[in-house]
Design a protein. Structure first.
Length: 479
């Protein structure tokens, strides 16, 4: 089934046939509508379609757990893994405010409480589509000036000229794709093709032919021969996103390309050669995947000749503000609306929030604020309404912070930090950890400091002293 090419595609995932049908019927005047009733069905649809939906409208409570939001949360992650540009709108039951906040931190752009009129949903879709991401991708590059960002830029420039693979690790929404395109832009091969293949977006049985191509008659439906991504990338860069999803049985074939640049089209015996540079990205802990037998150790070592760790937003300090300003200016200009303003209080709140969904979440917050509060000075509660406070307090449930099974792993982590950070400071690092735990506890305990102290296992006086010391450490030294 091929979607019509002239209309944008909208995917509706709801187990209530009344909603899916009536809404689908209403929207079909302006959009090509696809419907699914559960997560798996939705993902299969995405894989079959040539055209990626512009918008996905999804319910959180889906079978087999229609009364819990987990399937919806998993679907958000799966949709964004398929294509990070799909705008996700949650169709939420009325009492699911906390869930909706969490969904937004996972990458959903908006939520609408049920029951909602189809006219309102149509208007919302039209508004969402007015925010155009491609411009960000092309013009923006990496915004931010923190030491972590400068280090990231330096690594991109350092690794770009080499032909060896680069593995980009980082949480979802942290900017791995921008790093990959940066590696291509700064390379001599910048004028050669740059191709992206999202390993999560291809069904496993089509993966080999997609990567390596196929000969005529290689399988039912292969009426002609076809080149795969490796051939089309020629002497350019092939970016393999979500590499952790590469099926185990294909991993030796990728290893062979990395070892001697050789591969075969499916159904052919002739060896072909490629000069493409491989850049891979993952938001999984690939070492853990290796330990648990889901990813080959030899392939991991080949892919990670160079490793780049993209920092999560919570480690970017004042870059949050710069990113915020960047998206605010970009989207206000794009939609012709006047920007909202931040007061000192809202600015401080922004700087204290850890953005569990990283830059993608930050960007979506700006989109919502522009839609709701254009031209106004933002009140604190208006900003807080957009934050996922519970999620920020337990970032680990969104995307795991480094966890260490053994002290040897902790040492390996420290080793990597020392090797990759140009100006490492033990004091600053320990302060960052301390600050993060205090901030998390404050969010969890809604700033009730006795409770914060209890959560952290220290007494109140110690807590006051530590907060005070952290405050002092942040002030610029007096001359
Ligand atoms: N430092 C940055 N400056 C400007 N824009 C950024 C930055 N980091 C990320 N972005 C933007 O945030 C969005 C999410 O980034 P991106 O898609 O690269 O994340 P990702 O790490 O690849 O996520 P995933 O693992 O979910 O695919 C994109 O629109 C990207 O352009």
């Amino acid at each position: 089934m091929n979607a019509l090419k002239d209309k944008a595609v909208v995917l509706i995932v709801d187990d209530d046939p009344l909603i899916a049908d009536t809404l689908g019927y209403f929207l079909s005047r302006d959009y090509t509508v696809l419907t699914a009733t559960r997560r798996k069905e939705a993902i299969n649809l995405l894989r079959q379609e040539d055209t990626t939906p512009a918008v996905a409208l999804i319910d959180l409570g889906l079978p087999p757990t229609p009364h819990a939001p987990d399937e919806g949360f998993a679907l958000i992650a799966a949709i964004l893994a398929h294509s990070p540009l799909i705008r996700i709108i949650i169709l939420s039951g009325q009492n699911e405010e906390a869930n909706a906040r969490h969904a937004r931190a996972l990458g959903a752009t908006e939520f609408v409480s049920k029951p909602a009129s189809p006219e309102d949903i149509l208007k919302l879709i039209q508004r969402m589509l007015a925010f155009n991401d491609d411009a960000t991708e092309i013009e923006g590059g990496l915004v931010g000036n923190s030491a972590a960002m400068q280090n990231l830029r330096a690594q991109i420039k350092q690794f770009a000229p080499s032909p060896f693979p680069v593995l980009i690790e980082g949480e979802s929404g942290s900017g791995k794709e921008l790093v990959a395109s940066g590696l291509h832009r700064y390379a001599k091969r910048a004028n050669e093709p740059y191709l992206t293949l999202n390993c999560a977006a291809i069904s496993p049985n089509l993966m080999e032919a997609t990567l390596f191509g196929h000969g005529k008659g290689a399988f039912t439906g292969a009426t002609g021969a076809r080149a795969g991504y490796f051939e089309e990338a020629a002497g350019g860069t092939l970016f393999l996103d979500e590499i952790g999803e590469l099926p185990l049985d294909l991993q030796p074939k990728l290893l062979r390309v990395l070892e001697n640049n050789e591969f075969q089209r499916v159904g052919e015996t002739q060896a072909r050669h490629t000069a493409a540079r491989i850049v891979a990205a993952t938001n999984r802990d690939l070492k853990k995947e290796v330990r648990e037998g889901r990813f080959r150790a030899d392939l991991y070592h080949r892919l990670s000749v160079f490793t780049i760790n993209v920092p999560p937003v919570r480690e970017l300090g004042a870059d949050r503000l710069q990113l915020f300003d960047h998206f605010r200016a970009l989207y206000s200009a794009q939609t012709g609306s006047s920007a909202f303003q931040l007061s000192q209080k809202t600015t401080e709140r922004l700087l204290a929030y850890s953005f569990p969904g990283n830059v993608r979440e930050l960007r979506n917050i700006v989109i919502r604020l522009i839609t709701k509060h254009a031209g106004k000075t933002l009140a604190l509660h208006e900003l807080e309404a957009e934050l996922d406070i519970a999620g920020a307090a337990s970032v680990a449930t969104v995307s795991p912070a480094p966890t260490f099974a053994t002290s040897a792993e902790l040492v390996a982590y420290a080793l990597r930090e020392l090797k990759t950070q140009h100006e490492f400071s033990l004091d600053a690092t320990l302060r960052r950890w301390e600050e993060a735990y205090i901030e998390a506890a404050r969010q969890l305990a809604h700033d009730n400091l006795s409770q914060v102290a209890r959560l952290l296992g220290i007494n109140r006086t110690t807590l006051y002293n530590r907060i005070d010391a952290l405050g002092r450490a942040k002030r610029p030294p007096s001359r």
